[in-house]
Unconditional design. Structure first.
Length: 265
């Protein structure tokens, strides 16, 4: 189970997360030793150079993971089936430099992208399953309500691609498990609460994370259909990110969730 936030260069965190006097060049080094994962949003706008990925790897400890948002030009194409060149340019354009720090690759669709089963199936078939012999983890972040249907869930499960669970009132929020790992983006932090969330809420998320990791599914979260069938409840990787909303509170929320996970585990 890995818990983190989005990015690491955020000025308000220099007042309540980073130690006084810490240089900006050492923020990733510090954050990666407090948290266990970070979601990179900048790659959604432009892929980074291989040397940049290598530098990120060098600054982070063993066991840490980066989740990367794939460039928007790969998911914004009018016909998704034509995205193969963009997909390969990103995946094979330097991600191997992250080595074992590479976690899930998130493919975020625009809110106007409606579910089209045939086109989406063609897109999913284009996603590389390995990089330098290592399995890749792909997750879809869908933002149109048309995806909240049994046909989408069945297609994603057939292709064994995960779906982001987005705990938000602004985007579709459904927790149907469609892949071999869990990816949750929690977007309800409040500026008026020091930890972003009530402690009881963070404790509840820790229990849900434990259920996911053990191969189960929390009953209280919204789903389109029935829980996924799993033989023997095989353990899963779980990634939980505190994103957006009261961003200045997200590191505190992540740290407290990590404490709850350790206490429960």
């Amino acid at each position: 189970m890995r818990v983190g936030v989005g990015g690491w260069n955020y000025a308000p965190w220099r007042n309540n997360f980073y130690p006084a006097g810490l240089t900006q060049q050492r923020e990733l080094e510090f954050a990666s030793r407090q948290l266990t994962a970070i979601e990179i949003n900048s790659t959604y706008y432009a892929a980074q150079k291989p040397a940049t990925y290598a530098n990120w790897r060098k600054q982070t400890p063993d066991g840490f993971r980066f989740s990367l948002k794939a460039p928007r030009y790969a998911t914004a194409a009018r016909v998704l089936a034509n995205s193969g060149k963009s997909i390969n340019a990103f995946v094979f354009g330097g991600l191997a430099e992250l080595g074992d720090r590479l976690g899930p690759i998130s493919w975020q669709f625009m809110p106007t992208r409606r579910f089209d089963a045939d086109d989406l199936a063609a897109f999913l078939d284009l996603l590389p399953r390995e990089l330098d012999g290592h399995p890749l983890q792909h997750v879809l972040e869908v933002r149109h309500t048309s995806f909240m249907c049994a046909d989408y869930v069945a297609l994603a499960r057939k292709r064994r691609v995960a779906t982001v669970f987005t705990d938000s009132t602004d985007y579709p929020s459904f927790a149907d498990v469609t892949g071999d790992f869990i990816y949750a983006r929690l977007m309800r932090s409040e500026a008026s609460i020091g930890m972003g969330y009530p402690d009881s809420t963070l404790e509840a998320w820790a229990s849900r994370a434990q259920a996911w990791a053990g191969g189960g599914e929390p009953d209280e979260l919204p789903r389109v259909g029935a829980a996924a069938k799993r033989a023997g409840k095989t353990p899963r990787d779980v990634y939980i990110y505190f994103i957006g909303s009261a961003k200045e509170r997200n590191p505190a929320a992540a740290l407290r969730l990590i404490e709850h996970l350790r206490a429960q585990g």
